[in-house]
Design a protein around this ligand. Structure first.
Ligand SMILES: NC(=O)c1ccc[n+]([C@@H]2O[C@H](COP(=O)([O-])OP(=O)(O)OC[C@H]3O[C@@H](n4cnc5c(N)ncnc54)[C@H](O)[C@@H]3O)[C@@H](O)[C@H]2O)c1
Ligand SMILES: O=C(O)C1=N[C@H](C(=O)O)CCC1
Length: 252
């Protein structure tokens, strides 16, 4: 049995995971952490990570970027493997993720779904063929009206995946309204749409002369991300310190 701490347990993802884990005989949530304590769960809930002294094998985090520094310090100190799913982390926080991974197992992924992780792999091949042929690359993402970070972590991860395949020479453009000039050939445009209850859509567009190729992933339910996060926690429990990602968990 893998014992989990659910960080952000009373948020949307935390509650989807809470329900999912009840049906899974291989995992158990032994404690939750959330600064909002107005929901009753069948495990103890602490309003700050530092107050939780419950023994666990792994921690899943779906919270808020502002909570991540304290969380990383906790996981480092306890040598607790952490599945970090919160998006919108700053450059400084990403460095702290690397530091934490020297002392405990850290799996950070902006998107826990099979489809997006496969898409990242496929995009590398597409980019290597299409970019030298002059195709422009644009990413459009759509999410629900409660999302606080933009662009999505997934959109940035998709752009990084493409850029890695192109020797990292592309820059990212998030806003075209400030300058009146045509796009540079070595840029990836990233646009964010927010509205209603859209769970998550990502389109990567390669636009060339007289032809356009589009790759699209649509998430229809948050259960998709929850399944990936629980699988990641099972994988990470007992692993040595280091950086892991979803390609370690998902066998393509
Ligand atoms: N990696 C993925 O596949 C994936 C999928 C969905 C969402 N996300 C990301 O996960 C995060 C959470 O998403 P959500 O839809 O569940 O959001 P949400 O706002 O519904 O839930 C976040 C929860 O975290 C709690 N929280 C905030 N600050 C806290 C703190 N300091 N300590 C403890 N708890 C704190 C909030 O009270 C809230 O209950 C976002 O960053 C989102 O982008 C990632
Ligand atoms: O609902 C969210 O918030 C999501 N966030 C992730 C992101 O920023 O990429 C993954 C999709 C859902």
């Amino acid at each position: 049995m893998v014992r989990l701490i659910m960080h952000g347990c009373n948020g949307k993802m935390g509650q989807v995971i809470t329900r999912m884990v009840k049906e899974d005989p291989e995992v158990e949530i032994v404690a939750g952490v959330d600064k909002y304590t107005g929901i009753s769960n069948d495990y103890p809930v602490y309003d700050e990570i530092g107050k939780c002294s419950v023994e666990a094998d792994a921690l899943i985090d779906f919270s808020n970027a502002a909570a991540v520094d304290e969380l990383l310090a906790y996981c480092r100190e306890k040598k607790l493997p952490v599945v970090l799913c919160t998006t919108g982390l700053s450059e400084e926080q990403l460095k702290k993720v690397e530091e934490a991974a020297k002392e405990t197992a850290v799996l950070r992924s902006a998107n826990m779904s099979l489809g997006v992780n496969l898409l990242m792999k496929i995009l590398k091949d597409a980019a290597r063929v299409l970019a030298p042929e002059g195709f422009d690359i644009e990413i459009v993402e759509k999410h629900h009206n409660r999302k606080v970070d933009a662009p999505s972590g997934t959109a940035i991860a998709l752009a990084d995946s493409v850029n890695d395949a192109l020797d990292g020479v592309y820059s990212y453009t998030y806003d075209r309204s400030r300058e009146r000039k045509a796009r540079d050939s070595r840029e990836i445009g990233i646009s964010a749409v927010r509205g209603g209850t859209i769970v998550g859509e990502h389109e990567v567009i390669f636009a060339g002369e007289d032809e356009v190729i589009e790759f699209k992933h649509t998430a229809y339910s948050k259960a998709l991300f929850a399944r990936g996060a629980v699988a990641a926690a099972k994988y990470l429990a007992g692993k040595p310190a280091g950086r892991y990602d979803m390609s370690d968990v998902i066998q393509f």
